[in-house]
Design a protein around this ligand. Structure first.
Ligand code: ZN
Length: 356
């Protein structure tokens, strides 16, 4: 996800974790969201631990005088947020009080909304495809009854979202009345391998918050204008997304995603130095590997690592040690035979590159 920021014109930033009450009053959170925020105080000032990253990104935007030439300005953060959810609402890693969002904000002019949404749609669908989700339902949530901003602004924003999706050849459904009070949004709902649907990504147009927090830029005609802010996330809460991924893959992650990609198994203690060497060479080649040197029967080790669904098991006995090879076995029990480390590294490298 860090590479996705880098390759698509985002600056990775980090906003303050704790911010003054007056900022949250101006954003409206203190009045409307206070029960869900963790608060603290120091030297008679009240603070809130951020429940979202948006105001922090506006502070970064406001740290300098901005020109229209700098727009669109894209900030991305892996933002640690805290929300004081009722304990009864917590659920494994699917819903936690401390979570991390792949949260980005794009500061732009109204004329940029369409192209930014087109780009975002392409990026989001590519990320979902990499993670193994190909069944993605796209929805546009339209103006609610109670809202801020003029009808003209809403007309243009909703039209920009429709045009952006149409330009991608995407199909979508519309949810009248379900937009946020400050602007319409696109939602991405992923279907997992057992048919459940999860809303993960959003692209939200916001005409209000930048003005409330004093964001402005110098326009081409030298006037001061308030930028439009696009709130966007692809996976949403990383914790929740990891939970969805575990369920979707039933724990059997593809090689590129597996926390441990390969394990080296010795048959007897004699092969321990060679197993360490194999481990070190694979690590040096960039793989996540560990060696299992325990004095257990090889059948026991194979069974245990198969149950853990590690993608690749590398078995080393005397024969492999002498030939400088490893016997390769997949988690499904397929025996790929003896391989040199060079060909193993090439093979694993291909799988990682292709994100198969
Ligand atoms: Zn935001």
């Amino acid at each position: 996800m860090r590479r996705v920021y880098r390759d698509n014109g985002y600056q990775e930033v980090r906003g303050p974790q704790i911010m003054d009450r007056t900022l949250w009053e101006r954003s409206g959170h203190w009045q409307n969201f206070k029960d869900s925020m963790f608060t603290t105080e120091s030297e008679t000032r009240d603070f809130a631990i951020k429940p979202m990253n948006c105001p922090g990104h506006i502070l970064i935007f406001n740290s300098d005088l901005r020109s229209y030439r700098e727009l669109p300005l894209r900030y991305g953060e892996f933002g640690a947020c805290h929300r004081n959810e009722p304990s009864g609402a917590l659920h494994g890693i699917m819903r936690v009080r401390a979570f991390t969002q792949d949260d980005g904000h794009i500061f732009c002019m109204p004329g940029h909304i369409r192209s930014e949404c087109t780009d975002f749609n392409r990026i989001a669908l590519a990320v979902y495809r990499d993670f193994g989700f190909t069944d993605v339902a796209i929805k546009i949530a339209l103006r609610p009854e109670k809202r801020l901003g003029s009808d003209d602004q809403w007309d243009r924003a909703e039209a920009a979202l429709r045009e952006a999706l149409a330009a991608c050849g995407a199909e979508w459904t519309e949810l009248p009345g379900e937009g946020a009070f400050y602007g319409p949004k696109i939602e991405y709902h992923l279907k997992d391998s057992i048919g459940r649907s999860w809303q993960c990504g959003t692209m939200q147009v916001d005409f209000q918050m930048p003005g409330r927090l004093g964001a402005e830029y110098v326009a081409e005609d030298n006037t001061r204008q308030v930028p439009v802010m696009l709130h966007r996330a692809i996976v949403g809460s990383l914790e929740r997304f990891i939970g969805i991924l575990i369920e979707h893959h039933a724990g059997a992650f593809p090689v590129w995603l597996a926390p441990i990609q390969a394990v080296v198994l010795t048959i007897t203690d004699r092969q321990a130095p060679y197993a360490r060497d194999v481990e070190a060479r694979l690590k040096a080649a960039g793989f996540r590997v560990r060696a299992d040197l325990r004095n257990e029967k090889i059948t026991y080790k194979i069974r245990e690592h198969s149950l853990q669904k590690l993608p690749v098991q590398l078995i080393v006995g005397d024969k492999e040690m002498e030939a400088k090879t490893v016997a390769v076995r997949t988690r499904s029990g397929e025996d790929l035979g003896a391989m040199t480390l060079e060909s193993l590294i090439a093979r694993l490298g291909d799988e990682v590159t292709a994100r198969r």
